[in-house]
Design a protein around this ligand. Structure first.
Ligand code: HSE
Length: 316
């Protein structure tokens, strides 16, 4: 129950909402992990205006109608559940590019609801925040999925056993290093979902759920070779990888450079690779850079780790 004594009007906080890797190769829509970097920064102010205003700090074009904005829609849903006249002003500094496959829309959605909940005295649970944030994903891709917003809000690695009703399981994240390459093409999640086959062969389903179970067991038992063997996707990757230049080469050469394995980050075009050591993760980065430099396709790379904290509240 929210009471006025729980919050202070016109209070502002700043949060960092990190990038996430959804699917983790074999776990389409059910697995995701939270990265330390890159991240968006959001300033959120609570007021009694009854509306949500949205601005970009750097002129980045954002839909300013909250209904159409990935941060705005979850806040409107949250406000509808609070029997009180409140509103929010949101200023976003985006570092995670939309259409990168790194959970850009999720960072905006999750960052907004975590900040709003903090300003309201923490009345909503993490699971309720995921429920609100999923409406931002619906704005972005037409579908509610939680494999970016859940790891962003919970931190670490999350398994989304079900979204209706929500059933989220946090999985202890082993110490792993993550290399990401983002070739500078845009892949819209909605398009990348549209091209998927609607039916799968039983033999492929068996292989896929063997891999999902292997991956989860590998994380829990800290069996990194099992993690590597389980990073295989026989259903989604064969279709989506066609959209990503040099995908097969990046994957093969990264493994030769020592990566445990990896694949498409979310719906792409970013590709992520997991490694046991920082040194290997950096060697994988060099390999990725060489491949995209050779075809003169601009790219960004990141070498980072798994964030167990998720969204960080910076100042209040
Ligand atoms: N599971 C979603 C998809 C993640 O692959 O479409 C999108 O970031």
């Amino acid at each position: 129950m929210i009471e006025r004594s729980n919050f202070i009007l016109n209070k502002k906080i700043t949060v960092q909402a990190p990038a996430t890797v959804a699917n983790l190769v074999c776990g389409f829509d059910v697995l995701g992990l939270c990265l330390e970097a890159p991240y968006d920064t959001m300033d959120v102010t609570l007021n009694n205006s009854g509306i949500v205003t949205l601005k970009s700090s750097d002129g980045y074009p954002l839909p300013t109608d909250p209904v159409l904005n990935t941060a705005g829609a979850p806040l409107l849903e949250m406000m509808a559940e609070i029997n009180m006249e409140i509103g929010f002003d949101v200023v976003i500094t985006k570092n995670i590019k939309p259409g990168s496959g790194l959970g850009s829309s999720a960072a905006s959605a999750a960052g907004a609801v975590v900040a709003a909940n903090y300003l309201l005295g923490g009345v909503f649970s993490k699971s309720e925040l995921v429920r609100f944030a999923m409406s931002g994903e619906k704005v972005a891709s037409g579908v509610k999925h939680a494999d970016n917003v859940a790891p962003c809000i919970y931190g670490g690695i999350t398994l989304i056993r079900s979204i209706f009703p929500l059933d989220i399981v946090s999985i202890a994240a082993p110490s792993l290093y993550v290399t990401v390459v983002h070739p500078q093409i845009e892949v819209k999640t909605a398009d990348a979902r549209q091209i998927l086959r609607k039916e799968v062969l039983l033999k492929d389903a068996i292989r896929q759920w063997g891999n999902i179970a292997g991956l989860v067991a590998g994380f829990l038992q800290n069996d990194l070779d099992l993690v590597g063997r389980s990073l295989e996707d026989v259903i989604i990757e064969p279709v989506r990888s066609i959209l990503i230049p040099e995908f097969n080469k990046v994957k093969a050469q990264s493994k030769l450079a020592g990566a445990l394995g990896g694949g498409i980050s979310g719906s792409g075009p970013s590709i992520f690779m997991l490694s046991k050591t920082m040194q290997t993760a950096k060697e994988v980065e060099v390999t990725m850079r060489e491949i995209y430099t050779a075809i003169e396709l601009p790219f960004y790379t990141y070498v980072t780790t798994i964030s167990n904290e998720g969204i960080k509240i910076l100042s209040s």
